[in-house]
Design a protein. Structure first.
Length: 273
């Protein structure tokens, strides 16, 4: 069961002096009891979590800043537009305060869904503090280096028919069709992924970058953003409960993740941006 401590912080900040800021929006599993108890049995599984993303990236770029949301996306999705506008008009997706899971199955007990007032309360309690922290860290890093790169860390099950057909590529890189970062950053990340033997890659495919990447990625201001959506099959033992971490699989993947993080860090440090 999630931690129900109502005093738990919505965000954990690990500051560093690298030009890279790692955003971890969906790895948290904490929910206040008042929210958790409104979820039905399906919702209480918290299946739509970016499982063990913090563990996967741990130590890959030792001086990187990490901004991690501790709350679960079922409280509110910090990678959605706070106005509620869809990121993918006309396509199946989940909303700011999801009422369904990724398989289009309800997550709330009947009649317990949040109304507009509760959604606004959750925005202020969770979404806003997370983004205030992320904004502050990006600005701090930019002051140090003149540039900052937000690398938004995500993962998802490889097969979800409600959201996409077939199997999702292992590396899904999102830059909103090149708008959120310099072309050299996009190329550096894609080059490492394409060269990674045994893994598949797509650039701006089903996932082009969530609200976080699109909101902060303003290269003209010196803040670049890129989203990485990994399939959970490449680092978990199974893509269903208990979603256990597979250290052997992860070790192979971490080599490539470290390489691409090193490469984009070098771009920022050598003045190429």
């Amino acid at each position: 069961m999630p931690n129900s401590n109502s005093n738990a912080s919505p965000v954990t900040i690990t500051p560093g002096n690298s030009p890279i800021v790692l955003g971890m929006t969906h790895t948290g599993t904490w929910l206040p009891a008042a929210i958790f108890e409104k979820l039905n049995e399906n919702g209480q599984k918290l299946a739509d979590t970016d499982w063990h993303i913090d563990q996967l990236y741990e130590g890959l770029l030792p001086d990187a800043t990490i901004v991690r949301a501790n709350f679960h996306r079922y409280a509110i999705d910090a990678n959605r537009d706070p106005s509620g506008v869809s990121l993918y008009p006309g396509q199946n997706t989940t909303g700011l305060c999801p009422l369904i899971d990724f398989d289009n199955v309800p997550i709330y007990r009947e009649g317990q869904e949040p109304d507009e007032a509760e959604i606004e309360q959750r925005r202020l309690a969770f979404h806003a503090p997370y983004h205030a922290a992320l904004k502050a860290e990006l600005e701090r890093v930019r002051k140090i280096h003149g540039v900052a790169i937000l690398y938004d860390c995500h993962s998802i099950r490889s097969h979800i028919s409600f959201l996409f057909e077939g199997k999702l590529p292992d590396f899904s890189i999102g830059t909103n069709n090149g708008e959120t970062c310099a072309a050299s950053i996009e190329k550096a990340v894609e080059d490492v992924c394409v060269a990674a033997d045994g893994y598949s890659t797509v650039l701006n495919g089903r996932f082009k970058g969530g609200w976080t990447t699109r909101h902060y990625g303003q290269p003209q201001t010196g803040i670049h953003a890129i989203q990485m959506e990994l399939t959970q099959s490449v680092y978990l033992k199974t893509e269903e409960l208990p979603f256990s971490y597979d250290a052997e699989k992860a070790a192979g993947l971490r080599v490539h993740l470290k390489s691409l993080l090193d490469d984009i860090s070098t771009l920022a440090l050598n003045g190429s941006l």
